[in-house]
Each structure stands twice: as structure tokens, then as C-alpha cells.
Design a protein around this ligand. Structure first.
Ligand SMILES: [Fe+2]
Ligand SMILES: [Fe+2]
Length: 464
């Protein structure tokens, strides 16, 4: 019964459209027959694939093209296309999930409603048609966004591009390659997480694509899976290079880029991620083994350098450059035995200048100002990350005793046996304080003899 009623209603609606509304709309209001579909589709796709700038350019260019080819209603078509496309691009370009693209569709529908309502008002079109116009707008917009989602993977594949939606899917740490890194090369896995954090912060500071930077950093060293134990971070004290010649060691190290690209092709990783794998070492020299080969007289000075050099090329996108910088800084920072903010700054500066002087940043598409911003961000992030390893001078027992004396008058009256408003009601160990006060000079062995000692109680400034 209910189904019959529904069918009757649908048939009536369809008949109404076919016999009355559609012809009227076609003749009386040509603008309403222009579906939003071809006008916004291109701009939305380009915004997702290439970003806001390209999307907005398309939002002007495509409606203009459609308007010129539409005949009489040039201005109407252009206005409708321009407004809906611009609103659509601004609403969709940051989308990281397919659900978010459909949320953007609501903004496009709102824009269509405003434009159509204005048109109907200016042309004194009967408002009875307005609801039907609204229906057309909703259906056309959702069809457009649906088509965008269907075409997106095809365009990515065809043009080697990578949208935020695909990147977010790749950012899942359960990706088979990342799972293998966790199990087979845990040191490298930890390194990639550190590099991704450093590079992502730098990308944010210079306005590069943070999601792309983070995801590409996850995969930059997957080639180490071929020989994980030959890399320091996975060797756990065992040096597998002892029994190898410098040239063979260098070959294994250099090979991780080639292996990484082979794995990326096998797992169909997108072009920007493959770029980060290929370029994160640029054309730099594996200096440690090159030096060893020179010292062992296995190569002549200045000769055979190419066998110790990464194939490159140097990074060519902003994101790949930031990964390359973060990679070098993170790897080098692990060799700092007693990291201090000053040592970290000096190390990062040195690495940056080396890369600059050897031409590794020549094609980076980052200005000097942006590179400096990125370097300063890397320094700060690295200091925060190595905070636990940064040592501070110890408080001596004399300083602890003096601090206890200074704090005594500030304690509330009658609270000598309690811990104020901390809720700690344990009595103070007066005997221990007296002992400290009486100790006077520092006891032998309590004086910190180097700056690697653990911060005692009370905690050193900035250590919490
Ligand atoms: Fe690497
Ligand atoms: Fe690395």
C-alpha cells in the first residue's frame, strides 16, 4: 500500500517535471538549465590535486570558457560558474577525507541557492519554481562531488599526482612497509618518526604541504629494509662493516635509495613520495667510508669519488628539501654525546651550510628566507626532542640547603609539619634538613664532575 502511494507520488512528480516545469524553466530561465556539474567539476578536481591557487585559477578560467561557448547567456553562466566554483574550491581544497568533500558540497549548494535566488528575483521568475531549482542544485552538486571522488584516483594515477585524501590514507602507520620497518628495522622506524616530526614542523613554518611532508618522511628510508643491520640505528652495537671493504660498505649504504625506489614502485607509492626517497641524500658523499678508503690507500685522493656518492638528484620540491634537511639533522644529532642547545644549533648550522655549499639546495624552490626559517624551526624542534638528553648543571647540596632556608619563611604558619595546600601531611624530615645545613661545603663525590649527570631534586630550570 505504502509502496503504491510512493510510486504514484513519484510518477506525478516526474510527469509534472516533464510536462510543465522543465519546459518552462528551459524557455523562461535559461540559467536554471545550466547544471553546476561542468562548471565546478574541473576547479574542484584541480583544487584537490594541485591546491587552492590552481583551483581558483580554474574557477575563473573554466566558467569563462563555458560562458563564451554557451551563446546568449554568457554573463549568467559566467556568474553562476564563478561563484559556485570559487566557493567550492575554498570549501574543498583542504579536504582530507571523502566525507569532507561532501561537506564542501553544502557550501556549493548554498552558493547556487544565492545566485539562483538573485537571478529569479531580478528576472521576476515565478517563485513557485524556486523549490524545483533548489532540487536541481542539490542533485547537480552532489553528482558533481561524487564524480570528483570517482575521477580523483584516476587523475592521480594518470598524472602522477597525490591528493590530501590519498596522503591521509598513506599516513596510516599500519601500511605494510611501515609495519615491516617497525619489526625489521626498529631503529630506522624511530628515525623516520623523528624526521617526519622535524620536517612537518619546518613545512608548517614555511607554508609547505605538511601532510605530504610527514607522509613522505615516513617512507624516505624504506630501502633500508633490504639490509637493516648494516645501518647504525639497527646494528645494536654490532658493526657489520668491520669485515667489509669501504667500497662494499658504501655500496650497501648507497643501495638503500635504489631499493627504496623499487619498493615504492612495488607498493605503488605516489610520485611525491618517490621523490623524497630518491632525493633525501641528494648527490652527497658517503664521507665516512670514502675517508676510510682514502686512509687505507684503496683509492687515490680525489679519485673514484663517484662510487661513494649518492645518485641524486638533489631535492626539487619544497617538501623533499625539508625532509632532506630534517634527515641530515636527525641522523647527525644522534652522534652528539652531550647535547646542549648550543651544540644542536652549531650542528644544524654546519649541516645546512654544507648542503648549501655543495649545491644540495640549489633546486629546492625555497627562498633563503624560507630556508633560514626552516632551519630555525628544526633547531627548536630538535632541542625539544632531545630535551631528555640535554644535561643541566646539578644543584649542589649547599644550594639545596640555601633554597630550603629561603623557602622556610614562605611556608604558612603552623604548617611546619605539613606540606601546605598540597595535601601532603607527612612531617618534614627536619633531621635531614639540619644535616644538609650542617654539611656546609659540598661532600666529595656529590659535586657534579661533568654536565652529563642527571638533574637532582629540585629540578633544574626548564627541565620540566
Ligand atoms: Fe636515507
Ligand atoms: Fe633517513
Amino acid at each position: 500500500m505504502a509502496v503504491n502511494i510512493l510510486l504514484m507520488w513519484a510518477t506525478d512528480e516526474l510527469m509534472l517535471w516533464l510536462t510543465t516545469v522543465f519546459p518552462v524553466l528551459t524557455s523562461a530561465a535559461p540559467l536554471l538549465t545550466q547544471p553546476a556539474l561542468p562548471l565546478t567539476l574541473g576547479a574542484l578536481l584541480l583544487a584537490l590535486l594541485l591546491g587552492k591557487g590552481v583551483g581558483l585559477s580554474a574557477a575563473v578560467f573554466i566558467p569563462a570558457l563555458c560562458a563564451f561557448s554557451s551563446g546568449d547567456d554568457t554573463l549568467d553562466v559566467f556568474v553562476l560558474g564563478l561563484v559556485t566554483s570559487v566557493v567550492g574550491v575554498l570549501a574543498i581544497f583542504r579536504s582530507r577525507t571523502r566525507t569532507q568533500t561532501f561537506r564542501a558540497a553544502l557550501w556549493i549548494i548554498f552558493a547556487v541557492i544565492v545566485v539562483e535566488a538573485t537571478y529569479l528575483f531580478l528576472n521576476a521568475t515565478p517563485w513557485a519554481f524556486y523549490l524545483h531549482v533548489l532540487g536541481v542544485a542539490i542533485v547537480a552538486t552532489f553528482l558533481t562531488v561524487l564524480l570528483v571522488n570517482l575521477l580523483l584516483p584516476l587523475c592521480e594515477y594518470a598524472f602522477g599526482l597525490c591528493s590530501n585524501i590519498s596522503l591521509l590514507e598513506l599516513s596510516d602507520l599500519n601500511h605494510p612497509l611501515l609495519k615491516r620497518l617497525q619489526l625489521e628495522a626498529p631503529g630506522t622506524y624511530h628515525h623516520t618518526l623523528m624526521v617526519s616530526t622535524l620536517a612537518e614542523h619546518a613545512a608548517e613554518a614555511v607554508g609547505a604541504n605538511t601532510l605530504l611532508t610527514r607522509v613522505a618522511a615516513y617512507f624516505h628510508d624504506i630501502g633500508k629494509l633490504a639490509n637493516p643491520t648494516y645501518f647504525t640505528e639497527n646494528s645494536f652495537g654490532e658493526n657489520r662493516h668491520e669485515e667489509l671493504s669501504p667500497r662494499m660498505s658504501s655500496m650497501i649504504i648507497l643501495n638503500h635509495v635504489k631499493e627504496g625506489l623499487a619498493m615504492a614502485a612495488r607498493y605503488k607509492l605516489k610520485a611525491p613520495i618517490r621523490e623524497a626517497i630518491a632525493t633525501h641524500h641528494g648527490t652527497s658523499l658517503v664521507y665516512f667510508f670514502y675517508r676510510r678508503a682514502l686512509d687505507n690507500n684503496q683509492i687515490a685522493d680525489g679519485g673514484d669519488e663517484d662510487n661513494f656518492r649518492y645518485p641524486g638528484p638533489p631535492p626539487q620540491s619544497r617538501e623533499a628539501t625539508l625532509i632532506s634537511l630534517a634527515d641530515a639533522c636527525e641522523a647527525a644529532s644522534r652522534s652528539l654525546e652531550k647535547p646542549t642547545p648550543q651544540k644542536i644549533d652549531a650542528l644544524v648550522d654546519e649541516l645546512f651550510h654544507n648542503k648549501l655549499l655543495t649545491g644540495q639546495l640549489d633546486q629546492s624552490q625555497l627562498t633563503m628566507a624560507e630556508l633560514n626559517t626552516a632551519i630555525e624551526t628544526i633547531k627548536k624542534t630538535l632541542q625539544t626532542m632531545l630535551h631528555g638528553r640535554i644535561s643541566y648543571p646539578k644543584f649542589t647540596t649547599t644550594e639545596v640547603a640555601e633554597s630550603a632556608k629561603k623557602m622556610a619563611p614562605r611556608r604558612p604558619k603552623g604548617a611546619e609539619g605539613a606540606a601546605g595546600d598540597t595535601g601532603d601531611t607527612r612531617p618534614l624530615d627536619r633531621a635531614a634538613i639540619d644535616k644538609l645545613e650542617g654539611a656546609g661545603a659540598d661532600q666529595p663525590g656529590e659535586q657534579p664532575d661533568d654536565d652529563e649527570a642527571e638533574p637532582p631534586v629540585p629540578p633544574a630550570p626548564g627541565s620540566d
